[in-house]
Design a protein around this ligand. Structure first.
Ligand code: BES
Ligand code: ZN
Ligand code: ZN
Length: 475
C-alpha cells in the first residue's frame, strides 16, 4: 500500500475519530446530523455523494482525555471498515492525542493505518471479496512541518518491519522451518547490509549447544542459530536481542492435544520479532550496536526425538532434566542466551511465546515482562507505553527458582505442576544469562490473535517491534 503524509483531504473516505463531547471537532457537523454518539466501537459513514470525500466517523468514547490505546483501537476499526466498504484510498486524520506530541501522533497514526491495512493473501488465488484491499493511504495533518515528516518516515520503516514479522509468523511451518528462516535472515541481511552468521547442526554440536539440538532432534529439519549484527561506528553500547524460534511446536512426546497445536506455527514469533527489529534498525541507524540471536528448532516426534527425563549438558556446565518436552522454548533459549553472552552485551532482551500460563494470566492485551534489572524492565515498559504496546511485570522472586529443583540433575526444566508457569520459565532462563542485565518478554498472548486486536483480525500481530525499535532509538 502506498502511504503519504499530506495536508490535503484528497481521498475517497476520511477516517475521523471523535469523542462524545465533540465540541472541538471540526467534523461535528456530520456527527450531530447523524445522531452519532461516538461511543467506543461506534462507527458512522457519512457520504457526500461525490462532493468531496466521504467521512467515516469512529467513536472514542466518553472523555476528551482518551488514552493512546483507545485512539489506536478507533483507528484500527476505522481503517478496517474503510477497506470493507470497498474504498481504495483512505485518508486518516491525525488527532491531538492527549499525552503525545504532534509528531508522535503522526507516527502512531501512520503505524496503525499501515499495519491494519495489511492483508495476508500469499496463499490465495484471489483475495476474498469481503477482504478488500486498500491501495492508498493519506495521513492527514493541518500543516506539514519537518518534525512530522521525519516521524512519518520512521513510522514507514517500522510499519514495514511489523508487517515483515507478521509475514514470517503467518507462513505455514511446512515452508518456514529452521533452515528456511535462516535463509530469509541471510537475504534480509544482504539487502540491509547486516552481518549474518548461521550455525547449522554440526556447528551447534561443536559448541555443545545441546539443548537446542535436543529440541530439534525429532525433526528431519535440523536446528539453526542465526546471528544478525548491526554495528554503528560510534556505538558505546551493545544490546543483544534473543528470540525463540520454534517453527512448529507439537509438544514432542508430551504431545499437545487438538485445539492447542493448531496455532503453533506461530511459536517462532520471538525470533521473527528480533528479525524485524534488526531490519528496522539497519535502516534507522541508531548509535548503538544491536546483535540479534535467533534460536530456531522444530519440536517434532520421531525415533530421534528427546524424551521427558532426558538430561542435557549445557555449555554453561549446567545439567538440565527435561521435565516435559513441551517446555521446549526455554531449552532453545538457554543456548541462545548463552550464545548472546559471548558478544559481551551491556544488556540482553529476549522474546518468546513461552508459556500458556501467560495467556491465562494476561490474555492478549499485554505481554509479561520479567528480568534481573528493574531499570531495564521499567525502560522497556515505558517505551511500550509510548507506542501503545502494553507490558505488565511479574515478580521473578528467588523462591520461584527453588521450584526448578531436580532430584537427578542440577535443575529441572520446569517448576512444580502448573504453578506460576510464566515465572518459573523465566527463572529457568535466568540461569543462562549470568550477570548480564536481562529482560524477558513472554509474548504468548500478544503475538497472535483469533479476534481483532493489535491491528490484526487474526494471525500474527507483529507485537513488540514498535516498542523495541523505540526503545533502541531512545537508549
Ligand atoms: N509454545 C508453548 C506456549 C504457548 C501456549 C504459546 C499457547 C502460545 C500459546 C510452550 O512451548 C509450551 O507448550 N509451554 C508449556 C510449558 C509447560 C509444559 C511447563 C505450557 O505453557 O503449557
Ligand atoms: Zn511447547
Ligand atoms: Zn513452544
Amino acid at each position: 500500500m502506498k502511504c503519504s503524509l499530506t495536508d490535503k483531504t484528497d481521498c475517497e473516505v476520511l477516517v475521523v475519530c471523535t469523542w462524545e463531547d465533540k465540541k472541538s471537532v471540526g467534523y461535528n457537523k456530520y456527527a450531530s446530523k447523524q445522531s452519532f454518539e461516538a461511543l467506543i466501537g461506534e462507527t458512522r459513514l457519512v457520504t457526500t455523494k461525490g462532493k468531496g470525500s466521504d467521512v467515516l466517523l469512529v467513536g472514542l468514547g466518553e472523555h476528551k482525555d482518551y488514552s493512546l490505546a483507545r485512539y489506536l483501537s478507533a483507528l484500527e476499526l476505522g481503517v478496517r471498515q474503510a477497506g470493507k466498504l470497498n474504498y481504495k484510498h483512505v485518508g486518516v486524520l491525525v488527532m491531538d492525542v492527549p499525552s503525545l506530541s504532534h509528531d508522535q501522533a503522526v507516527a502512531r497514526t501512520t503505524e496503525a493505518t499501515i499495519i491494519t491495512a495489511r492483508i495476508y493473501d500469499a496463499y490465495r488465488q484471489e483475495t476474498l471479496p469481503e477482504v478488500r484491499k486498500l491501495s492508498r493511504a493519506s495521513i492527514i495533518v493541518n500543516k506539514l512541518n519537518a518534525a512530522d515528516k521525519q516521524s512519518f518516515k520512521q513510522a514507514l520503516v517500522v510499519s514495514e518491519a511489523v508487517n515483515t514479522m507478521r509475514d514470517l509468523q503467518d507462513t505455514p511451518a511446512m515452508e518456514l522451518y529452521p533452515a528456511s528462516m535462516a535463509a530469509e535472515a541471510k537475504k534480509m541481511a544482504a539487502k540491509y547490509k547486516l552481518k549474518c552468521t548461521i550455525l547449522d547442526e554440526k556447528m551447534l554440536a561443536k559448541k555443545k549447544y545441546n539443548t537446542i539440538l535436543a529440541v530439534g532432534a525429532g525433526s528431519s529439519r535440523k536446528p539453526r542459530m542465526v546471528t544478525l549484527e548491526y554495528r554503528h561506528p560510534k556505538a558505546k553500547r551493545t544490546i543483544c536481542l534473543v528470540g525463540k524460534g520454534v517453527t512448529f511446536d507439537t509438544g514432542g512426546y508430551n504431545l499437545k492435544p487438538t485445539g492447542f497445536m493448531e496455532n503453533m506455527k506461530h511459536d517462532m514469533s520471538g525470533s521473527a520479532l528480533v528479525f524485524a527489529v534488526l531490519q528496522a534498525v539497519a535502516q534507522l541507524k541508531p548509535k548503538i550496536n544491536v546483535v540479534g540471536v535467533l534460536g530456531l528448532a522444530e519440536n517434532m516426534i520421531s525415533g530421534d526425538a528427546y524424551r521427558p527425563s532426558d538430561i542435557i549438558r549445557t555449555p554453561a556446565g549446567i545439567t538440565v532434566e527435561v521435565g516435559n518436552t513441551d517446555a521446549e522454548g526455554r531449552l532453545v533459549l538457554a543456548d541462545a542466551l548463552f550464545h548472546a553472552n559471548t558478544f559481551k552485551p551491556d544488556a540482553i532482551v529476549d522474546f518468546a511465546t513461552l508459556t500458556g500460563a501467560c495467556v491465562i494470566a494476561l490474555g492478549s492485551v499485554c505481554s509479561a515482562i520479567l528480568g534481573n534489572d528493574e531499570e531495564l524492565v521499567e525502560s522497556i515498559i515505558a517505551r511500550g507505553h509510548d507506542v501503545g504496546e502494553r507490558l505488565w511485570p511479574l515478580p521473578l522472586l528467588e523462591e520461584y527458582e527453588f521450584d526448578l529443583e531436580s532430584k537427578i540433575a542440577d535443575v529441572k526444566s520446569m517448576g512444580y505442576k502448573r504453578e506460576a508457569g510464566t515465572i518459573t520459565a523465566a527463572a529457568f532462563l535466568k540461569l543462562f544469562v549470568g550477570k548480564t542485565k536481562w529482560a524477558h518478554l513472554d509474548i504468548a498472548g500478544t503475538a497472535m490473535v483469533e479476534r481483532p486486536r493489535h491491528f490484526t483480525e487474526w494471525g500474527g500481530t507483529g507485537w513488540g517491534v514498535r516498542t523495541m525499535v523505540e526503545w533502541l532509538q531512545k537508549l
